[in-house]
Design a protein around this ligand. Structure first.
Ligand code: G4P
Ligand code: NA
Ligand code: NA
Length: 194
């Protein structure tokens, strides 16, 4: 996605340890026009897949998630990172390990929002090791629903998440794929296309 790639080039800041800071348009300040285009692009890519819900995880997945849900005309659910006060038998719980933060978190979704047979599109801002996406997919499967695909705004292809998700049989659509952040330079996968 050209517009997004340009935004990464113009505004992304490469931190040491392979982290791309994009807090001027995605992780802190958010660009609603860009998010609208993100929603439209996922909708184009998953057109005809009969998606009934979009599922993301708080907090940075919510902006791309809601714009995608708006375009697809379905609800958005965001998994919560804090335990809710609801009885645990009413929620799906999965453990998600963050390599970045070196801690394990529980993510939860209320059982009432995913019905068996639903077709769920998972959306997230970043894909690194894939832990969050796998956790969301396990929740969808716990519910007896199916994962229509996984839409990622920025994939860091030098980390294994994308490959592992595809190996597990999921369709992954990433709007930009970063091959490397070495020496403070962002290089993209497939630099010649788009
Ligand atoms: P994984 O789910 O793919 O395994 O990713 P990981 O544990 O490494 O990521 C933990 C958090 O860091 C996630 O956000 C993820 O979106 C974010 N993240 C990973 N790599 C980058 C990066 O290069 N740049 C930025 N800006 N974020 C990155 P989170 O903790 O869920 O936070 P949030 O959604 O509340 O922002
Ligand atoms: Na995220
Ligand atoms: Na994040």
């Amino acid at each position: 996605m050209k517009l997004l790639r340009q935004k990464v080039i113009n505004e992304g800041i490469v931190l040491g340890s392979g982290v791309l800071k994009v807090d001027s348009f995605l992780n802190h300040q958010m660009d609603p026009f860009l998010m609208r285009e993100v929603g439209r692009e996922f909708t184009r890519r998953f057109a005809g897949d009969e998606i009934t819900k979009v599922l993301t995880i708080e907090s940075s997945g919510i902006a791309p998630g809601i714009m995608t849900a708006l375009e697809l005309e379905v609800p958005l659910i965001f998994a919560r990172k804090q335990k809710s006060l609801t009885l645990t038998e009413d929620i799906y719980v999965e453990k998600v390990y963050s390599f970045t933060k070196k801690e394990s978190n529980e993510i939860t979704v209320s059982k009432k929002f995913i019905a068996p047979g639903e077709r769920v599109l998972i959306v997230d801002d970043f894909l690194a090791n894939g832990e969050a996406a796998f956790g969301l997919a396990r929740i969808v499967e716990q519910a007896g629903a199916s994962v229509a695909g996984i839409g990622i705004v920025i994939e860091k292809s030098f980390q294994p998440g994308g490959r592992l998700l595809q190996k597990a049989g999921y369709r992954v659509e990433s709007l930009v794929r970063i091959a490397s952040l070495e020496d403070g330079v962002v290089s993209f996968v497939d630099d010649e296309e788009e």
